[in-house]
Design a protein around this ligand. Sequence first.
Ligand SMILES: Nc1ncnc2c1ncn2[C@@H]1O[C@H](COP(=O)(O)OP(=O)(O)O)[C@@H](O)[C@H]1O
Ligand SMILES: [Mg+2]
Length: 353
Amino acid sequence: NPELRRNLRVGPQQNRAEGNKCAAAIGEPAQKRRFNDVTPGEVLTLADRIKKRVVGQDHVIDQITESIEMAKADLKNPRRPKGSFLLIGPTGVGKTLIFEVLFEELIKTAEEEDGFICIDCPEYCLEHDIAKLIGAPPGYIMSDKGGLLTNHIAMYPFSVVLFDEIEKAHQSIYNLQMKITDKGMLTDSQGNKVSLSEAIIGMTSNVGVKEMQGLKALGFGARIDEETKREHLEKSLFGHFNPEWLGRLDGIFYCRSLAAEDYLKIVDLELALALKWFAERRKIEVSWNEDVKQLIYANGADTDRFGARPIKGRVERLFSKPLSKCVLRNDFQEGDRLEAGVEKEKIIFERRS
Ligand SMILES: Nc1ncnc2c1ncn2[C@@H]1O[C@H](COP(=O)(O)OP(=O)(O)O)[C@@H](O)[C@H]1O
Ligand SMILES: [Mg+2]
C-alpha cells in the first residue's frame, strides 16, 4: 500500500509536534501545488477538459465543476472542503472515473503525482476498520503510525478524497464524514488536527443498482427509461443513508446509462490510450476504421451488466495483443503508418500506402 509506505518513510522533521509520532507531525505539507495556485482560467476550462475523457456525463461534470468555481470565487465557506459530491447510477458508466479525471485535470502536474486517495469502502465494513483512516488509539499496535487519511491530508491537503462504494462502509464512517463536511477538520488518534479545507470529497454508491438491474431480468422490457432508474436509485438512497448526512452534501448526481454512440466513443478513447506510448517509441502510426470499433463494442454484449468496464479488456485482447505479435515479428518498420481493419472477426493491421 503506497500510503502506508509513505508513512513509514520517516523524515527528520517528522517528529515535530512534540511527543507525537506521526500524521500531522510531518510538519509542512509535501505538496507544492495548492488550491490557491489554480488559476481562474484553469477552473473555467475544467469541465471541458474532463468531458474530453469522460463520455456522456456532461450534466454531472458541469454540476461538479460549477461547485468548484464557487469555491474559487470565494462564495463558499473557506474552512470546509471545496466540494462534496455523491454519484449514483448503473455500473461502469464513469462514476469513479469522473473523480480520477477530476484529480488529473485539476491537481496532478508533471512534477507531482500525489493528491488522490481512494478509500475502498468494502475494506472498511467493521467499526474498528475506521481506525485505519485516523489511526489506532494510543496503546494499540501501529498507533504511532497515524491514519491513512489523516497522514495523506497532512502531506497533500489539495486532494481528491474518494470514498468508493460508500454504502459498504461501517456506519461509523458517517461520523467521520460529518466532521469533514461540517468542520473541515479531522483529528487523528494522536490528537493531531488536519484540515480538509482544500480537499474535494467524492463518493460513489451502488445502493439499489442490483435491484434495478434485476428489474430488467424480471421482464420490465429491454429499456427502463432513465427517469425510472434515477427515481429508483434515489429512493434506495434515502432508504439506506442517514438523511441528515445526505443533506450536508453539496450534491447528489445521477450518472446515466450510456448509449451505443457513447460506447463507440469510449472505444476510441481506449484505443488511443492503448497506443499512448507506441507511436512515440516505435515511430509507427496506427489508425482504425469503424469495423474495428464495432468489433470491440460487440453490439454492447454485456454493457447492461458492466457498462463500459469490459471495453479496456477487449481492446487489449482484440487489438493490442495481435499488434504486439506483428511488431515483435518485425512485420512493420519505423515510419510506417498502419490501418487496422477487420477480417474474419479479427483485427488485422495493414500498411497504408
Ligand atoms: N463515461 C465514461 N467515459 C469513458 N470511459 C468510461 C466511462 N464509464 C466507464 N468508462 C470506462 O470503464 C472503466 C470503469 O468505469 P468506472 O468509472 O469505474 O465505473 P463506475 O460507474 O461503476 O464507477 C473506466 O476506467 C473507463 O475505462
Ligand atoms: Mg466505481
